[in-house]
Design a protein around this ligand. Structure first.
Ligand code: NAG
Ligand code: NAG
Ligand code: NAG
Length: 251
């Protein structure tokens, strides 16, 4: 038997989330990498999970490398592995930048760290304290610079993992149904961590808890940036039926 929690809503957060506290998954390997120019060694060599293969731009002004994670992420740390053959001081002054914007090729996003130095073949971890973004950039400001990276690993906070399976009647941009159960209520300046349906008749959102539960309370968080009145009139339905997408369950 299955318990379904049904909510008619446009945006919000449901306070149900799992509690683990690991940082074990490197999500960089699932992304796509590009760089400002290529001197033999391609951009994806930094996300191939092999330290031996490295990237290399041409010698240029402000060379950069960018990882597209294809979705918003909350990033806890980035680990950079330097080259082992020579010239390991080339990386000095490189900046790690994280954000949503592609302005200036993503290099104008917020700075997580500036690399003062990494010894040959070594990996250094930079804490980004929960910065949010879709892009991770590496950029070395200045003229006649080479950017070479042997591995870039990106870790997100596992405690933000979702419990249950969320779906909704339609999707607007990247405001997916699981954003309401990701453990993030609201990120300043954006409603990115909320859900959003398209404009439609009787929009709904549904959480499948994947097991039987007695539900004692449901906490809903509305969006903070605007339009909080859009939640007015939303109904919470709970039950086992999927009739009418679960919306016929008792209110
Ligand atoms: C990016 O930031 C630099 C330095 O702060 C600034 O000069 C430049 O105008 C910005 N680029 C864009 C495209 O806004
Ligand atoms: C950049 O790489 C080129 C080609 O390997 C090299 O000649 C040059 O010295 C390097 N520049 C710096 C600043 O390391
Ligand atoms: C992961 O996020 C949780 C909840 O925000 C926080 O309490 C915890 O300190 C974070 N863990 C790490 C390793 O950053």
């Amino acid at each position: 038997m299955l318990i379904l929690l049904n909510l008619f809503l446009l945006l919000g957060t449901v306070a149900i989330h799992a509690m683990t506290n690991n940082l074990k998954e490197n999500i960089a390997t699932k992304g796509k990498a590009v760089q400002s120019s290529t001197y033999y060694l391609k951009a994806d060599a930094a996300i191939d999970d092999i330290d031996f293969y490295c990237t290399h731009t041409k010698t240029e002004t402000n060379p950069w490398w960018r990882l597209d994670m294809k979705d918003l992420q909350i990033i806890e740390k980035v680990i950079i592995t330097n080259r082992m053959d020579c010239c390991f001081e080339q990386i000095n002054g490189a900046e790690i930048r994280i954000g949503m914007s592609l302005e200036n090729n993503g290099n104008n996003n917020s700075k997580c760290a500036e690399i003062s130095g990494i010894s040959a073949r070594q990996s250094v971890s930079y804490s980004c304290g929960g910065m949010q973004g879709r892009y991770v950039n590496m950029v070395i400001p200045g003229d006649s610079k080479n950017l070479s990276l042997c591995e870039v690993e990106v870790f997100v906070n596992d405690s933000l993992k979702i419990r249950g399976r969320a779906v909704q009647s339609s999707l607007l941009e990247y405001f997916r149904a699981d954003r309401a159960v990701d453990g993030i209520k609201y990120a300043p300046g954006t409603a990115s961590f909320c859900t959003h349906t398209q404009s439609q008749t009787d929009p709904w959102w549904r959480l499948d808890l994947l097991d039987n539960y007695y539900i004692s309370s449901v906490t809903i968080t509305g969006r903070a940036d605007c339009c909080s009145q859009r939640l007015n009139g939303a109904e919470i339905h709970i039950g086992n039926s999927l009739e009418e997408n679960g919306n016929n369950n008792p209110m």
